[in-house]
Design a protein around this ligand. Sequence first.
Ligand code: ADP
Ligand code: MG
Length: 694
Amino acid sequence: MGINELFGSMVFNDAVMREKLPASTYREFKKCCAEGKSLTLDMANTIATTMKDWAIEKGVTHFTHWFQPMTGITAEKHDSFIAPTTNGGVIMEFSGKELIKGEPDASSFPSGGLRATFEARGYTAWDPTSYAFIKDGVLCIPTAFCSYNGEALDKKTPLLRSMEAIDKQTTRLLRILGRKTEHVYPCVGPEQEYFLIDNSVFDKRKDLQYTGRTLFGAKPPKGQELDDHYFGAITPRVVKYMKDLDEELWRLGIFAKTKHNEVAPAQHELAPIFTTTNIACDHNQLTMEIMKKVAYRYGMTCLLHEKPFAGVNGSGKHNNFSLTTNFGHNLFDPGKSVEGSAQFLLFIAAMVSAVDKHQDLLRLCVATAGNDNRLGASEAPPAIISMYLGDELTGILQAVADGRTYSKRAKCNVEIGVHVLPKFAMDTADRNRTSPFAFTGNKFEFRMPGSSQSIAGINIVLNTIVADEIQGIADILEKAEDKNKAITEIIAKTMKEHGRIIFNGNNYSDEWVAEAEKRGLLNLKSTVDALPRLSSDENIALFGRQKVLSETEVRSRTEILIEEYCKLENIEAMTMLDMAKKEILPAVSKYTKHLAETALELRDLGIKTTTQAKQAQKLASLYEAGFEDVQALEKVVTEAHILGMDLKAARYYRDSVVPAMARLRATCDECEMNVAEKYWPFPTYGEILYSVRD
Ligand code: ADP
Ligand code: MG
């Protein structure tokens, strides 16, 4: 099959609908989608039947409402199309009702208290803006997942609401500026990093199996210091994997585009072509799932964890964000035309103040137990939010703000329809790799998200804070008599009040941490510092104002995220205890015995040496230290269990359990370095990181 035929062959996309639906239904359907209206039952029935026939032709027997509960992964429950006939046979049926609404039992999904106060039942509703597709022989219908009271129980619903908010405000602003824009769509291209390791090593490590990352492991003799993996030649097995993966993704209409080796050994990256946010989000969820599935075919395991290996680069998910109008114009594109430069600067200014005002939200939307191991380490941006614009763009904004001349060019008066931007070298804007939030020529790259995260939460925040900022600007400009003057004033005010968020230097340096503190920027070091802020009065008001999340929804989400943190830390602690007690300490004991016996035998033979005895002593001491660390960890874990899973418990995990885990690890890693290889119970870092050769 050629790529043209292959691409999207498993998707009930626009082309299929146009071809297969009655012309009038197709037209009506498009209209409903564009206007956000609901479908009539008649239309739903026609679409459902067409969809079913299309799927059956491809060998499909089941359908599912595919949704994105608060677990951050996707959920599906398969139903077959079969319906009994009177003569004891079956026919294949799929009604409009089944297409647009489902009623999965919601009681086992995290609801953050919504379940206690409201109905346990929830329902799924078709999101017609995202195409249905076939995965593993099942017709998947992308849906939103809500409680019967209409509260969102998923990540998709608020994402769609936030897209509506940004569309509404941005379109409004553009119209005030004299444009004919009808819609503005937030777009995202999420770059996905991942590790591939051989199943033979994965199968022997409980930590990888239970937590997706290693909880023990001494540094290998060779790590990433030679920088020989980044963009290096890809091994044949991984080449085959990537090809197969691309094809699987293309079948689902996912624009997998770029692939290469990353910095760490065994680390790779896949970047898709950007698309509308809700579709990008669906696609990224599918990409993660299929990455794992295809790896299995090649005897490999795909690790999506943010920090699978200590001392080795972790994996991020860069969220490239832009705003595109229905005419295809990217609002962050400085452009070459004489039009729109004031508009461009205005949107950049809006981003500057949105990011500065909502540092807490941007920080907390990437706050997870996994990402705590990554942010602030030397390969990832620190936990401090700042923004990179490049010296040139910063200079232009500042010049506009000061009413000064920028470089040798004319005075920077911003005027709608007049080009004031000196042609600045975009390349310089592309070079900074350390900023958490970087302008990269025509988009903003948010580099803090962790590789395993759903991008929904991140983009809910981005869309909401930008919508709110743009609403404020539109309010001002709507009333302004002299719009050019008002724009200049907005830029001046932004630079004065929020310019502190712009930092074009090295974010990984210690000086920056000190400098950021001087500037009064937030430094929310851990997940537990960040999460509670979601429910602050300001944030509840913000989400309410933009109609993205109600107060109940914000509070329940905060609860879910805090609970999730506790659960993950608990699983890690329990896994460590299990491995230390059942695998590591017994191995140390065994090797100590071997040394002690050797020492005795040597003595009996009259051979004078004390080395074995000394070594046995050292290991015996390490064993004791390890045993004490185990007991200390057990004690705090028990304490944590009593506290439960609220904020107090989360703080306790951070302050007592996580440090106890670190101590146990340090001792066990020391053991690893002193125990003979054949006694060590599971594969070491070296063996794991170089397990996929070809
Ligand atoms: P780099 O590693 O240099 O950042 P990549 O090519 O790996 O570059 O990734 C860039 C990502 O940004 C891709 O997913 C791409 O589709 C996305 N992207 C490009 N232009 C836009 C845009 N206007 N809006 C959103 N995402 C974009
Ligand atoms: Mg990038």
